[in-house]
Design a binder for this molecule. Structure first.
Ligand code: AVJ
Length: 323
């Protein structure tokens, strides 16, 4: 027990509460109103997202996992042994387990904005991989950040793992900025394995974000619970409804919360008005073609080295090389 615990180191570059308050204030003061999607993920939000990944309509996770399983050995051949494996968002332990087994890195460094979620997942993982050195890092990687310095004699190669199509949450300009930041933090010669959701039949996309069990609706609404708890808010969550649709102009799924009536709410002592049918834009989820994705990463200094996809080309895992 204690032997496993020693293998875990925790780095807290802690995402600041003021920054959440500022971002929420700014978002709810712009027209149309918006909130950053990263605030879905408190402990309950992460649990709801885990449930989403099990839904029959939500093909993304299943598809990505089956690509990983099918091509793990081939993926590993594109990656140097004894590397540092950095995971952006310690989402699903299922995915990282497949990769850890195939790649066998010297160090696994998950980065996540949610401290509880991060600690829970690394503790569970450490029992599966008792010999793996884990450096769990709590950070908001959508802000400028540096990889924590490891006191290591040799300079191992760095492999980023950015699964789940989470890059899809960022507008192209922001996605490029984030990729440039990853490029800077990891350095030239490093690799970045990314999962991306591909453009497909709109009916399939629509169903994935409007599941019949309404788990996605709960997930979307949870951003309001998170704000209430973290920022002393009194938003009546029941007075908002989930809304998700495909926006063809931007090639993205959008999620919104629609106010069911005219209402006001207080957050950290500030008053906000919501008109009946007014939307809060909570998430974009960009759907790329392999071509448009290649163009995007090129701007940030990455070259596409290899692509793995499923038979139906629903999802892809791409190995990028920092040049
Ligand atoms: C984790 C950002 C990839 O965009 O599909 C799931 C989050 N939103 N259902 C996505 C999400 C609604 C998910 N990502």
């Amino acid at each position: 027990m204690t032997a496993t615990k020693k293998k875990i180191q925790f780095h807290d570059l802690h995402p600041k509460l003021e920054s959440m308050r500022d971002e929420v204030f700014t978002g709810l003061s712009t027209h149309p109103k918006q909130l950053p999607a990263k605030y879905f993920y408190d402990q309950r939000g992460s649990a709801l997202f885990d449930k989403i990944t099990q839904l029959p309509e939500y093909y993304l996770t299943r598809c990505e996992i089956s690509i990983l399983q099918q091509y793990a050995d081939d993926i590993a051949r594109h990656i140097a042994p004894e590397s540092i494996l950095v995971e952006y968002g310690s989402g699903s332990s299922q995915k990282i387990k497949i990769l850890l087994e195939a790649v066998q890195p010297a160090i696994y460094m998950p980065l996540d904005i949610s401290k509880e979620h991060l600690l829970n997942s690394v503790n569970a993982l450490a029992t599966h991989f008792p010999d793996l050195a884990i450096h769990a890092t709590c950070v908001d990687y959508s802000k400028p950040w540096k990889l924590p310095t490891l006191h290591d004699s040799h300079k191992p190669s760095i492999v980023g793992f950015f699964p789940g199509s989470s890059i899809g949450n960022f507008e192209p300009r922001r996605a490029i900025e984030l990729l440039q930041r990853i490029h800077d933090a990891q350095g030239i010669g490093s690799n970045l394995l990314m999962g991306i959701d591909l453009l497909k039949d709109i009916k399939v996309l629509h169903a994935a974000y409007n599941d019949v069990q309404k788990i996605t609706a709960q997930f979307n609404l949870n951003i309001l619970h998170h704000i209430n708890r973290e920022l002393h808010g009194n938003i009546t969550v029941d007075y908002f409804s989930h809304c998700a649709f495909f926006n063809p102009k931007h090639s993205r799924m959008e999620m919104h919360l629609t106010s069911n009536l005219d209402q006001i709410a207080h957050i950290s002592g500030k008053t906000f008005h919501f008109r009946m049918n007014e939307n809060i834009h909570t998430e974009n989820s960009y759907k790329y073609s392999l071509n448009s994705f290649e163009q995007l990463v090129r701007i940030a200094g990455f070259k596409v080295d290899a692509i793995w996809s499923d038979d139906q080309q629903q999802f892809a895992i791409v190995n990028l090389h920092a040049v």
